[in-house]
Design a binder for this molecule. Structure first.
Ligand SMILES: Cc1ncc(COP(=O)(O)O)c(C=O)c1O
Length: 455
């Protein structure tokens, strides 16, 4: 079986539908040799894989308990946004301790809406991290604002707060931290910088459902928090998203924007039937909300299990030479571990490259991928800079792509992108023995690293 490094999207697409390991990662049925010698030999060199049992499936769906509400909605014929969406919004807000929630079509539109409502637009700079999914940056660019990349802390994988202030200019309007991989960014530090410089804060919590710092959920620190309920996410609906905030005026405006600019809440006067702001439509449906309510019931225990298993797995692998484990920022009381990350120091790992490691770990029956590539140097930026919108609002120097790339260098992130290994969240829904299997596979690869590197 041909093995390869999957991009995150390929990885999700290819594993979400079924029992990931068995079909994709191991060729288990053909690993027929037994005996001690084969068990010791790395699977990538023809030995027996450590792991042949399937991993937990994702997404989870329990027809008996999950389907009645969905069927009720389908049979009602009321499919556009109504009471079930409102119920989901109330429950998601309550789960986070937020005053308000607005359900959207997806996390991308939640982010676009947040920046739009805060009037972050052409001529403004938004500070963000290069270690994220493209949607974070698209939301900035689609509003006509300029992303300014702040390097990451390689241990936490998050935006490095100590590097933010150096990037602030008189055009900076907002900070867009991303709780990437479901590990919280350092919100107390980020908020204190934002307050000092009078900046707006939009949290991209699209991967960080229920993660918290000192008991406060991420997504509730800034002016807005944005979530995604896409298929791979810890709260999967297929597609879906949400914005949360405690600010009624902002949320009323967000509601209006997501509903063609129709007046809502405090925006209602004697203007019914009129359109009060420029809007779009990114409303979610009643049946999506019904799926979300089913998923929400199990999110809390699943999140605690992922956190416990992640910390246990980390304890089992952190002393292996060449393994660089994640570090949670101060005060994290719960992380959601949408992905379990660690880095490989190739030199200390017997010269085995990260990509060779990925192939070897996949062969041992452990699903894994290499994660993001640096977003601060890619061609989509050039596309934005050559648009008439950007040319109208930014100087020639600001739109000089090579100079932009130079200004936005993030060497720590480059290293992170080269060294990181991700395990998908669903493996963390397994047992302690499952975590032991992963640790055993990594130790086995370490023991044979030189041999695999030279093969
Ligand atoms: C960090 C991050 N931001 C934004 C998004 C966009 O969410 P969606 O796919 O729901 O539009 C995602 C989802 O993939 C994400 O991982």
């Amino acid at each position: 079986m041909r093995r390869r490094n999957w991009t995150r999207r390929q990885f999700v697409r290819n594993t979400a539908a079924g029992v990931a390991g068995a079909s994709l990662f191991g060729g288990f049925a053909t690993a027929s040799a037994s005996g001690k010698e084969d068990a010791a030999k790395p699977a990538v060199l023809g030995g027996k894989p450590v792991r042949t049992k399937p991993w937990p499936r994702w997404p989870r769906w329990y027809p008996k308990t999950d389907e009645p509400r969905v069927l009720e909605v389908l049979r009602s014929g009321v499919w556009s946004r109504k009471s079930v969406v409102e119920e989901f919004e109330r429950k998601w807000a309550a789960a986070l301790g937020a005053k308000r929630c607005l359900a959207t079509t997806n996390g991308t539109h939640a982010l676009i809406t947040a920046l739009r409502v805060l009037d972050v637009g052409p001529g403004d700079e938004v500070l963000t991290t290069p270690y994220t999914f493209i949607a974070t940056i698209d939301a900035i660019l689609l509003n006509g604002a300029m992303p300014v990349f702040v390097d990451v802390d390689p241990e936490t994988f998050q935006i490095d707060p100590s590097k933010i202030e150096a990037k602030i200019t008189d055009r900076t309007r907002a900070i867009l931290p991303v709780h990437i991989l479901g590990l919280p960014a350092d919100m107390p530090k980020i908020l204190s910088i934002a307050r000092k410089h009078n900046l707006k804060v939009v949290e991209d919590a699209c991967q960080a459902h229920l993660a918290e710092i000192r008991g406060k959920k991420v997504g509730t620190f800034g002016d807005f928090g944005a979530f995604s309920f896409q298929n791979s996410k810890n709260l999967p609906i297929g597609e879906g998203g949400a914005l949360v905030s405690d600010d009624d005026a902002l949320m009323d405006r967000a509601f209006s924007f997501h509903n063609f600019g129709r007046p809502y809440g405090t925006m209602v006067g004697d203007v019914s039937g009129q359109y009060v702001i420029v809007g779009t439509k990114c409303r979610t449906t009643e049946y999506q909300a019904a799926i979300g309510l089913a998923q929400l019931r199990r999110l809390e225990p699943e999140t605690r299990l992922r956190h416990q298993n992640a910390e246990y797995l980390k304890s089992q692998i952190q002393d292996i030479p060449g393994i660089l484990p994640y570090r949670l920022v101060d005060g994290v009381t719960l992380a959601s571990f949408h992905l379990f990350p660690f880095r490989i120091d190739s030199k200390a790992f017997g010269g085995l490259s990260r990509d060779q490691f990925l192939k070897a770990l996949q062969a041992e029956g452990v699903p894994c991928s290499g994660g993001y590539r640096p977003l601060n140097t890619m061609p989509y930026l050039k596309d934005a800079f050559t648009s008439r919108l950007f040319q109208a609002f930014y100087s020639k120097d600001e739109l000089d792509f090579d100079a932009y790339v130079e200004r936005n260098r993030c060497p720590a992130n480059d290293r992170v992108c080269d060294e990181t290994v991700w395990l998908p969240q669903y493996v963390l829904l397994g047992t302690r023995q499952d975590m032991d299997d992963i640790a055993r596979a990594i130790r086995k690869i370490r023991e044979h690293a030189e041999e695999i590197a030279q093969a």
